[in-house]
Design a protein around this ligand. Structure first.
Ligand code: GDP
Length: 324
């Protein structure tokens, strides 16, 4: 069994690749929920949604979030009503937020809502929110403290950052299944996600770091930093704001309390010796996932590197081409 810790964009591509080479019962995904927001009165959980859509084969390839081929009529109409429109919600995507918000207002936990929504969309792997308690990433910037979505989506991560905190995390509890899936895993993989604002909140939930340190599973991280820069988004800026270099070395430092393996891009091979001398096993691969084939190839590469015992089925090139 493999347990993955992840955020949205990079993690969703990676988890989708894994889902093609593992059977669903072998895959558990623990997802950041500190980016969640209330939007138009609805509970929106961007990372849970990206992972669920990716596993359901619905994730938009072009945008990397939301539903493939979605329309935005409701968003436009909300603008006519002078409602905020800086956070983009597609029409089909909106249905998921309506359903989840109803479930939560009827007393279901986020875990229960996530499982029911996944089942309705045909997702068979286990998708777990990191916590059912509300945790909110707050980014301290030159214009004041912003929520993560205000910093990232509304203001295009242009404001200089001095600090990041996770409001509510010290009182949060790991969601059901989170700790046990780390302790009982054969391998734990940290997806190529933002180490500060996607993986950071998961690590800050009480009990999760201790589980990572206690588990007998080997733990591997796939670097979201390639050639000294984030593949997308503010990971590099936020790492530097937290005193970490924007490099594979910085990623390894962020996870140094529990990490056994670093999976780095071929372009970062020159860092191998430094990582090894810090006590890590290292594997280099093409970690840029542009196509369905890239996603599966990376998943296979990671599983082979860590000697995951399961048989890895070979998907035909045609099958992968149709999924691009
Ligand atoms: P977010 O919640 O949307 O920020 O989701 P994530 O944290 O999962 O994704 C953002 C991170 O994924 C960024 O740090 C990117 O550098 C990384 N990323 C995105 N696409 C890729 C990719 O194809 N390969 C690798 N190695 N990293 C990626």
């Amino acid at each position: 069994m493999i347990t993955v810790l992840t955020g949205g964009t990079g993690g969703a591509k990676f988890v989708e690749g894994l889902s093609h080479v593992l059977s669903p019962e072998e895959l558990t995904v623990i997802v950041n929920t500190a980016d969640d927001l209330e939007w138009w009165g609805l509970y929106v959980s961007p990372d849970l949604d990206s992972i669920t859509y990716a596993l359901a084969g619905l994730l938009s390839r072009e945008r990397g979030w939301g539903v493939q081929g979605d329309t935005f009529h409701c968003l436009q109409t909300m603008g006519q009503f002078n409602q905020p429109t800086w956070f983009n919600i597609g029409d089909r995507d909106l249905a998921l937020h309506l359903v989840r918000s109803r479930m939560i207002s009827h007393g279901k936990t986020l875990s229960e809502a996530t499982a029911e929504i996944g089942a309705s969309l045909g997702v068979k792997a286990r998708v777990l929110p990191m916590s059912n308690s509300r945790v909110e990433t707050r980014v301290m910037t030159s214009i004041g403290e912003l929520t993560f979505q205000e910093y990232f989506v509304k203001r295009w991560f242009q404001d200089p950052v001095t600090a990041v905190r996770f409001a509510g995390v010290s009182d949060a509890e790991a969601a059901p299944g989170v700790i046990s899936s780390i302790l009982s895993a054969d391998f734990v993989v940290i997806a190529p996600s933002n180490p500060i604002t996607s993986i950071g909140p998961i690590l800050a939930v009480p009990g999760i770091m201790a589980a990572l340190q206690q588990t007998r599973a080997a733990i591997a991280a796939v670097s979201p930093i390639v050639g000294g820069a984030a593949v997308s988004g503010p990971a590099g800026i936020l790492m530097q704001a937290q005193g970490l270099p924007c490099s594979v070395i910085g990623v390894a430092q962020a996870y140094s309390d529990f990490l056994d393996w670093m999976i780095i891009d071929n372009t970062d091979e020159h860092h191998q010796a430094d990582l090894r001398s810090a006590g890590m096993k290292v594997h280099s691969a093409n970690t840029i996932m542009r196509t369905a084939s890239d996603r599966v190839t990376l998943a296979v590469d990671v599983l082979k590197a860590i000697s995951y015992p399961a048989g890895i089925p070979q998907l035909s090139t045609n099958q992968l081409r149709t999924e691009n």
